[in-house]
Design a protein around this ligand. Sequence first.
Ligand code: DQA
Length: 143
Amino acid sequence: MKVFVFNGPNLGRLGTREPDVYGATTHDDLVRLCADTGAELGLDVEVRQTDHEGELVGWLHEAADAAAPVVLNAGAWTHYSIAVRDAAAQLRAPLIELHISNVHKREQFRHHSVLSDVATGVLVGFGVDGYPLALRWLARNAR
Ligand code: DQA
């Protein structure tokens, strides 16, 4: 089964970006972690990252057309992008919203997500370990 992992703005800078909040794992490490977990679970995992909102919208359309599950860390767009939400609402397979940090322990503006009510489930605050957790859930439930 094909599974997309889409990471939004600033997540390409993992490892360098606020390591006290997001940890020391780089985006390349995260790609390897997802690929290794996918291989173990028999999933074909493709990880992409973009700083451009329209690109993410296009990727969500691609996943909708392919009826593929998505693990989505939309970064800051989570909190205000109706365009990303409208694209996510078109998905035909499970959508897992994911945040590396526990957004509920942080600034007020991070407490609201425009995505959560179109997501199947939400994983928040497990660091980059949330990604393999999301993939394990999909392997068990999305077939
Ligand atoms: C994030 C949390 C967001 O509030 C923030 O804008 C991000 C990353 C996380 O993974 O914890 O860019 O989605």
